[in-house]
Design a protein around this ligand. Structure first.
Ligand code: PGA
Length: 262
């Protein structure tokens, strides 16, 4: 059973006050919607207040962080430890987002350490992969994605892998308004699924939820989610407004055709 998962990556947007108002409004808009898991990923500063508001609202929305460091504690100025995220109510953590790779030099090896650390602390990683425009144009998309998936997930057991969320986000589609077509997105998501079968076996691979991310909006959600290997969305810009994020969540419900999907 793959329950679709819609996650909002807020990036460096929203103060604590704005974040709390947002989740209050969102909870009102999606009350009663079932069959989809909803996650919001605010900046670190708003995590505690968002988790408190979410549990007050009781709408089943959970929170996640956008990054973390892999050590438990120590002299790592500016970093946040996995246990600190657990303490403020996080269930998920986005790892290896292309902006982390591009602006902060994150490598597959670093993402791999973070994935292991997250799992050790009972946080569910949302592992981001995706090719840059020049890589797509030169026909190396699958090689790039294979390298990222193998690198990020090295050393995991099949059981650990089964609980993961992987987000396929073509870099050229992020924040550009240029969504991958549903067919192109499915092609890469399907490729990732096959790769996971090779790495971890059918059962584990069949349990992994593979999101698509990159200019997802209410209007393109249903078509994307109807693809057999697209099990949700990682949403940036359209996740910052309660009405558009709620539109994505409601359009995701029932749109899926994946085997065994709720
Ligand atoms: P976007 O961002 O929806 O604004 O394209 C997606 C992401 O960066 O996760």
């Amino acid at each position: 059973m793959r329950v679709p998962i819609i996650a909002g990556n807020w990036k460096m947007y929203k103060t604590v006050g704005e974040a709390v108002n947002f989740v209050r409004e969102l909870a009102g808009r999606v009350a009663g919607v079932s069959g989809v898991e909803t996650v919001v990923c605010p900046p670190f500063t708003a995590l505690a207040a968002v988790a408190a508001e979410l549990s007050k609202q009781g709408a089943g929305i959970v929170s996640g962080a956008q990054n973390m460091y892999w050590e438990n504690e120590g002299a790592y100025t500016g970093e946040i430890a996995p246990g600190m995220l657990k303490e403020v109510g996080c269930r998920y953590v986005i790892l290896g987002h292309s902006e982390r790779r591009r602006y902060f030099g994150e490598t597959d090896a670093a993402v791999n350490k973070k994935v292991h650390a997250a799992l050790a602390h009972d946080l569910i990683p949302i592992v981001c992969v995706g090719e840059r425009l020049e890589e797509r144009e030169s026909g190396t998309t699958e090689d790039v994605v294979r390298g990222q998936v193998e690198g990020a997930l090295a050393g995991l057991t099949a059981r650990q892998a089964a609980g993961l969320v992987v987000a396929y986000e073509p870099v050229w589609a992020i924040g550009t308004g240029r969504t991958a077509s549903a067919t192109d997105a499915q092609q890469v998501n399907g490729f990732i699924r096959k790769l996971l079968v090779d790495l971890f076996g059918e059962t584990a691979a069949g349990a992994v939820r593979i999101q698509y991310g990159g200019s997802v909006k209410p209007g393109n959600t249903a078509e994307l989610m109807a693809q057999p290997d697209i099990d949700g969305a990682l949403v940036g810009g359209a996740g910052l407004k309660a009405d558009s994020f709620a539109g994505i969540i409601t359009n995701a419900v029932g749109a899926g055709s994946g085997v065994g999907r709720l």
